[in-house]
Write a protein that binds this ligand. Structure first.
Ligand code: IMP
Length: 428
């Protein structure tokens, strides 16, 4: 038995979907444990593209898939996704998909509040995905969320919706948005309840049973460590915990036995939305990385900010997430660069930092130290054998191993499922 926790080690968009799909070949079950449809996971299988936001990426291989209590769930987005994936030949039924009954819902007023706040002129703009993620998590900790189990509890649902609107309507009024009637929300929930009912389950029990039976469970993180609500570049973060510790909290497993934490790491760096980005390249290098890497958000279509790999942040992720191995993705995007840089430290007010001090909200005004390597000027795209990589690409990979002090477990050389080089199997 072994379990693997897959975590993004950067600001998301590291290519987790492909790796989870690849690893799920050996998994008995795949679990999403945080985030919501702010995530966008793209899988390419024999040229066929699957775009997933809420469904665990193992579903494409027909693996038992769970959506845990740590996720915030937009039922309408899930219904749309299930419809689209079903059209591609994946038969989603209650045997394949189970959703925790304690998952908190994203409702229309969360989406509207998210957008309205982002348009406020004087507030701090985060650059959210506008999916209602933040407001839904706020309601969760504020104890006024509507959970999946609530929508089948006709006796108490009205009272719970009214309680939530007691909080939301004054805010809406202040923001100049029409107040909302409880009957509108109740009707929306009533319309979707029968669709979702077959999937609702007590998943913590299922997962404990799977763990007791020594099955392989794959935990699929969304976003990335630097977007973690506690450990990321606050306030420019998402509203959930994205680090490995969340895998047990967000799934209902008290603790995960024998877990291997795999940090998905892009060979360069991107970020969507606002916030500090020390190794950002606001120049032709950044433009080229964006173009070659097709760096546009899967969810919002926004252009991603691009820069060199930042070892300071990567080591911070390795430490905080307990990452044991790296899955390095998109190495091929670097193929045509003459010189490749890696950021190794920061100098802030004459002091050298090997981590990003939490007070930093802009990375414009401090010095970044880089090491520079020669590029390889040969295509590595779709390479499936490490020995076929050019010498300098191999150097880049081994330098990363040396600088982080941890193994490179996997190398991905294109979005296609099988364009993957395995060094150490995370499911040992
Ligand atoms: P939210 O999660 O929609 O509240 O957005 C908060 C921040 O996280 C914004 O900067 C988003 O661009 C970023 N973000 C959220 N989800 C993802 C993701 O899946 N990939 C990359 N960035 C994300």
């Amino acid at each position: 038995m072994s379990n693997v926790i897959v975590i993004g080690s950067q600001w998301g968009d590291e290519g987790k979907g492909k790796i989870v799909d690849w690893l799920s070949n050996k998994a008995d079950a795949v679990v999403r444990f945080q985030g919501g449809h702010n995530a966008g996971h793209t899988l390419v299988v024999n040229g066929k593209i699957y775009k997933l936001s809420l469904l665990p990426s193992g579903i494409v291989r027909g693996k038992k898939s769970f959506i845990g209590n740590g996720v915030v769930l937009d039922l309408w987005a899930l219904a749309k996704e299930i419809k689209e994936v079903s059209k591609q030949g994946i038969n989603i039924n209650k045997e394949l998909l189970s959703i925790s009954e304690t998952t908190c819902l994203i409702l229309s007023y969360h989406r509207e509040l998210d957008t309205a706040r982002e348009h406020e002129i004087d507030g701090i703009k985060i650059g959210t995905t506008g999916r209602g993620i933040g407001p839904a998590y706020e309601d969760k900790v504020g104890r006024r969320a509507i959970r999946l189990c609530d929508i089948f509890d006709s006796k108490n649902l009205k009272k719970k919706v009214e309680n939530a609107l007691f909080h939301h309507n004054p805010i809406r009024k202040g923001l100049g948005i029409d107040e909302i009637k409880s009957t509108d929300i109740l009707n929306q929930l009533n319309d979707i309840a029968s669709f979702i009912k077959p999937y609702v389950s007590n998943i913590w029990k299922d997962l404990i049973k799977l763990q007791d039976e020594e099955k392989n469970i794959l935990f699929e993180g969304a976003q990335g460590m630097m977007l973690d609500n506690d450990h990321g570049t606050y306030p420019f973060v998402t509203s959930s915990n994205t680090i490995s510790a969340q895998a047990s909290l967000g799934s209902g497993l008290g603790y995960i036995k024998k877990a291997y934490t795999l940090g998905i790491t892009k060979a360069y760096l991107t970020r969507v939305g606002e916030g500090p980005f020390p190794s950002e390249q606001n120049n032709s290098v950044g433009e080229k990385l964006g173009l070659l890497g097709n760096e546009f958000g899967t969810v919002t279509g926004r252009k991603r900010r691009c820069g060199w790999l930042d070892l300071v942040l990567l080591k911070q992720s390795v430490d905080i997430c307990g990452i044991q191995g790296i899955a390095l993705t998109k190495l091929d995007v670097l193929d045509s660069f003459e010189k490749i840089k890696i950021c190794v430290s920061y100098k802030i007010n004459d002091k050298i930092f090997d981590y990003l001090p939490p007070i930093i909200t802009s990375s414009d005004n401090f010095e970044k130290k880089y090491i520079e390597l020669d590029g390889w000027n040969v295509s590595t795209r779709s390479c499936r054998n490490y020995n076929d990589l050019p010498k300098n690409a191999k150097k880049y990979v081994s330098l990363l191993k040396e600088l982080t002090g941890i193994d490179i477990s996997l190398l991905s050389t294109s979005p296609e499922r099988e364009d993957t080089i395995l060094f150490n199997d995370p499911f040992r």
